[in-house]
Design a protein around this ligand. Structure first.
Ligand SMILES: CC(C)(COP(=O)(O)OP(=O)(O)OC[C@H]1O[C@@H](n2cnc3c(N)ncnc32)[C@H](O)[C@@H]1OP(=O)(O)O)[C@@H](O)C(=O)NCCC(=O)NCCS
Length: 180
């Protein structure tokens, strides 16, 4: 398990799946804002790749996020789009509604940076998020990510086009343990 200060990132367990489906993916607004595509319902028991991990998929590493104290499931975290030539990848995360706003997101980003830079030897990590997602922007910036640009009207979300912010962090600029 990868450990932050308050969270652990571990493998997906079978009994995580109904909780994540109900609390993250069945929520039309949350899913539409987070996924960059149209919401669709996930049939219970289906092998939907957002929930069921394919260990042969080399470009994607999905984690379940738990509280270190007690091990309660609190969300998902992903390193995706792993490019071993350019040594770059994207990160993404989603916390259950009751676990937001408590500092966990900032800690999850830190643990994903450790995984990307130290475990995987990557050179660059990238995040794309909607420009009104203050919690995501701050979680990234607290870990040293910088805003590299705005992709205007790049996301169709629940009836309107929204801007996305592109943030990047390079290995040499990452300061583990320091929250900016
Ligand atoms: C985005 C998300 C992962 C952030 O995690 P979090 O645990 O809620 O964030 P934190 O508690 O670590 O807060 C980080 C910062 O954002 C601020 N913040 C948190 N919630 C906020 C909110 N609703 N509005 C404004 N600011 C907020 C905090 O005050 C903190 O700021 P600071 O560092 O300046 O003190 C989480 O809110 C979430 O899962 N949201 C829904 C899914 C989502 O948007 N995923 C990202 C898709 S790209």
């Amino acid at each position: 398990m990868l450990k932050g200060n308050k969270v652990g990132l571990r493998a997906r367990h079978e009994d995580d799946i109904p909780v994540l489906r109900a609390e993250l993916y069945d929520d039309v607004v949350n899913a539409s804002r987070a996924e960059g595509g149209p919401w669709r319902p996930i049939t219970p028991g289906s092998k939907d790749p957002r929930l069921v991990v394919d260990d042969k998929e080399q470009g994607l590493v999905p984690f379940s996020v738990v509280e270190l104290d007690g091990g309660t499931l609190i969300g998902t975290a992903t390193l995706w789009g792993i490019d071993n030539h350019n040594r770059a990848a994207h990160i993404g995360l989603g916390l259950l509604p009751s676990s937001r706003g408590k500092g966990y997101g900032t800690d999850v980003v830190a643990a994903l940076c450790h995984y990307g830079f130290i475990v995987r030897g990557l050179q660059r990590l990238q995040i794309e998020t909607l420009s009104d997602n203050t919690a995501m922007l701050r979680s990234a910036e607290r870990n040293g990510f910088v805003r590299e640009g705005v992709m205007r009207s790049s996301a169709w979300v629940m009836g309107e086009f929204m801007d996305e912010v592109l943030l990047g962090l390079l290995a040499q600029d990452w300061k583990p343990g320091s929250k900016v």
